[in-house]
Design a protein around this ligand. Structure first.
Ligand code: PLP
Length: 417
């Protein structure tokens, strides 16, 4: 950062501050991760200088011989990693990737059926606050009141009644395995297309720690920056028959010049995610989530759905008489960063919430295992059991800072070739 320190010391200090925060705190935000130096090198490279509207070998600009190689590699690696027929690596974000699929296959006013935002779905799955909920007639399935797991029967009944053109499957705060096969059957029964959004679980799918939707879905969208541990961005997988249509929607339909530095970083990410080391990482994320969940449960915390099968879980704090907002603030002061989260059927507003969401991608990247999850559960419990006690929060923050020294923030990925 020497050049940056000279040119803009204020921004250099912002970055150093963030680096200290990421080093000294335990980050349990389920949608974040710490990328490798290799991913950062590609992101911060001169490929950011290049305009490359179009696709490899079909560009609107000259001088694309090197960026073409980067994009072709990213595409081929993603296809091999997920076993897909086609991949578009240009979407700038998960929301844009989802929009690209909708705009390729649907017309304004068409019916879509996605998971309820307040039950764990995502804004871009037709929530009223998102344009996806305004452009399309969107309907939502959710979780059952008894088990808090997806109510597949309800989804099927709704699909039969609504006859959606597309069923959208995927979530931002759902802790159990999603039965993609079942959704394929529901989609087939009503003649709907099936889009699955694996933004959160892509790394687990790549590692074989969650079943893949690729054999079942017409379209699979994902971000690259969550469990997959790549740069901020997204990609779309689909069958060959939709390839040209999807590509045409992404460019020129929705975006202009692709971010070639980010695409190169996606290629690095896909390479890293195809290693044995990453497969072990994906399984360890789940083991850590289960361990942390069990440790909190043993201390009397109520876990939504009772447990977890993936990288995250929700804690319902209603029986503790504290809100998600107060819990998240107190924990952050104590060096443990996570987010407040609505729980299904929450009576609190989304700004206050009755729950917190806990995820293990970052602590696993830092090399922590089950025994460290017990320590983290102890700290969480100490803080939440005496939530007004700022002296205790400072003491825990000191302990956390000391503890974090032993765990690197950059994953070192061993390449196999
Ligand atoms: N889809 C799901 C399931 C997500 O959880 C998210 C982000 O949290 C997105 C899409 C959107 O990704 P982005 O923030 O890159 O637009």
């Amino acid at each position: 950062m020497t050049a940056l320190m000279k040119a803009d010391p204020v921004i250099a200090r912002v970055i150093s501050g963030e680096e200290r925060r990421e080093t000294e705190k335990i980050i349990l935000i389920a949608s974040e991760n710490y990328v490798s130096q290799a991913v950062m090198d590609a992101q911060g490279s001169i490929l950011s200088n290049k305009y490359a509207e179009g696709y490899p070998a079909k560009r609107f600009y000259e001088g694309c011989e090197y960026v073409d190689q980067a994009e072709s590699l990213a595409i081929e690696r993603a296809k091999a990693l997920f076993g897909a027929e086609h991949c578009n690596v240009q979407p700038l974000s998960g929301t844009v990737a989802n929009l690209a699929v909708y705009l390729t296959m649907l017309k304004p006013g068409d019916r879509i059926l996605g998971m309820n935002l307040s039950h764990g779905g995502h804004l871009s799955h037709g929530a009223p606050a998102s344009f996806t909920g305004r452009i399309f007639e969107s309907h939502h399935y959710g979780v059952s009141r008894e088990t808090y797991t997806i109510d597949y029967d309800e989804a099927e009944t709704m699909a039969k009644r609504i006859r959606p053109k597309m069923i959208v499957v995927g979530a931002s705060s759902y802790s159990r395995i999603i039965d993609f096969e079942r959704f394929r059957r529901i989609a087939d029964e009503v003649g709907a297309l099936l889009m699955t959004d694996i933004a959160h679980i892509a790394g687990l799918v790549a590692a074989g720690a969650h079943p893949s939707p690729v054999p079942h879905a017409d379209f699979v969208t994902s971000t690259t920056h969550k469990t997959l541990r790549g740069p901020r961005g997204a990609f779309i997988l689909c069958k060959k028959e939709y390839a040209d249509l999807i590509d045409h929607t992404v460019f020129p339909g929705l975006q202009g010049g692709p971010f070639m530095n980010i695409i190169a970083a996606k290629a690095v990410c896909f390479k890293e995610a195809s290693t044995q080391q990453f497969r072990e990482y994906g399984h360890q994320i789940v083991k850590n989530a289960k361990a942390l969940c069990q440790a909190l449960k043993a201390k009397g915390y109520e876990i939504v759905t009772g447990s977890t099968d993936n990288h995250l879980f929700l804690v319902n704090l209603t029986n503790r008489e504290i809100t998600g907002r107060d819990a998240a603030r107190a924990l952050d002061r104590a060096g443990i960063t996570l987010n407040k989260n609505v729980i299904p059927f929450d009576t609190q507003s989304p700004y206050v919430t009755s729950g917190i969401r806990i995820g293990t991608p970052i602590v696993t990247t830092r090399g922590m295992k089950e025994k460290e999850m017990d320590l983290i559960a102890d700290w969480i419990d100490r803080v939440l059991s005496d939530i007004e006690n700022e002296t205790l929060q400072k003491q825990v923050a000191d302990e956390v800072r000391e503890f974090c020294r032993g765990y690197p923030t950059r994953p070192v990925v061993l390449h196999e070739d």
